[in-house]
Design a protein around this ligand. Structure first.
Ligand code: PEP
Ligand code: MN
Length: 359
């Protein structure tokens, strides 16, 4: 951190700044110029905050010179981090697909969804059992029963599950249910107590971007989890709020490129919550992969018009099969592959789901 003194600051004021830096255990370097004095703090400046100095007499302004995050920064860890969810690597050369319905509804819906997700070639399944709804009167999720339905449906195809944790008090239940990946949703990205708790467990976390969070705030949220000891973090760009009202959110494709430079952690994108419409998902998914995403989180429902939540943005099983074909081509154009456990047919052939009847 550098503290810039006012031109008329005296020695006593410089000494007061120096004392405050030393009190935090850092060293001091003073540079006296012809017009003003600059005071540099030497050591881990993350303990310092401009607020500690800006109110002192004689201080003009103070500023950080290094980034506020460390554990998640590529500056400190050059190689890409690969996170293994059972045997599925996220962050390596192959791109992963996580797919499934917005919310867990019924056993039949989950069975059909799991079949579609596996047939399309995804290696992980999503489904919300605890739903953060804008209205308290809307369906809030099936709760613990939903976790079981998700686990059972995914287990039929050996797919690890990804599901949202909203409340610290449910963490032990998530662990008992052997949830493979804990999702922290956009509304909880800065729920620091929740971040601290998931930082203490050894379960991978998908950290969604707060809908109005800057990249720096998002990386600081990831730093909270890492600081607790859990380094298995995947960042998920899910669209941000802007002045545009023609669609749900703006998929910030730029953020994907920036994050790949700023952090060693894997970065995935959620084109479903970004656009909010099924017809946009393919275009946004392709853009995210082209921009460097290591994976995608996509909503798929066996019968979208009947979905209890986010019906407008859910892909049908056949749309999902077609998307996987298209993503394979985009991935190969940038020298990557879609990691697909697809069985029964290869790219170019008709997807078996194209003819499947919705449940
Ligand atoms: C979800 O993935 O089900 C969800 C609620 O997403 P977000 O937190 O991005 O709105
Ligand atoms: Mn949803």
């Amino acid at each position: 951190m550098i503290i810039v003194m006012q031109p008329d600051a005296g020695e006593a004021e410089v000494a007061a700044v120096e004392a405050r830096i030393r009190a935090q255990g850092l060293g001091v370097h003073i540079s006296r110029g012809t017009e003003r004095t600059l005071i540099g703090a030497i050591g881990d400046e993350r303990k310092l905050d401009p607020e500690m100095f800006d109110t002192l007499p004689g201080v003009e302004r103070s500023m950080h010179i290094v980034k506020p995050y460390k554990l998640v920064a590529r500056e400190w860890h050059k190689a890409n981090t690969i996170i293994h969810v059972r045997d599925v690597p996220i962050g390596g050369p192959a791109i992963q697909m996580i797919a499934g319905p917005c919310s867990v509804e019924t056993e039949a819906q989950m069975t059909a969804a799991a079949d579609a997700v596996a047939a399309g070639g995804a290696r992980m399944m999503r489904g919300g059992a605890f739903k953060p709804r804008t209205s308290p009167y809307a369906f809030q999720g099936k709760g613990v029963d939903g976790l079981k339905l998700l686990g059972d449906a995914a287990a039929r195809h050996g797919l690890p599950v990804v599901t949202e944790l909203m409340d610290v008090r449910m963490l032990d239940t998530f662990l008992a249910q052997k949830v493979d990946v804990i999702q922290i949703g956009t509304r909880n990205m800065q729920n620091f107590d929740l971040l601290k708790e998931v930082g203490r467990v050894d379960v991978p976390v998908v950290l969604k971007r707060g809908m109005s969070a800057t990249i720096s705030e998002w990386l600081m949220a990831a730093e909270y989890i890492a600081a607790g000891g859990n380094h298995r973090i995947v960042l998920c760009e899910r669209g941000i709020r802007t002045f545009e009202t023609a669609y749900r959110n703006v998929l910030d494709v730029t953020a994907i490129a920036v994050l790949k430079r700023e952090t060693h952690l894997p970065v995935i994108a959620d084109p479903s919550h970004a656009g909010g419409k099924a017809w946009m998902v393919s275009a946004l998914a392709c853009a995210a992969v082209a921009a460097g995403a290591d994976g995608l989180l996509v909503e798929v429902h066996p019968n979208p018009p009947e979905a209890w939540c986010d019906a407008d943005q859910a892909l049908t099983p056949s749309e999902f099969g077609a998307l996987m074909d298209k993503l394979g081509a985009v991935a190969s154009a940038i020298g990557r592959t879609m990691d697909t456990a697809r069985r029964g047919y290869s790219r170019g052939e008709a997807s078996p789901m194209a003819t499947a009847t919705p449940a």
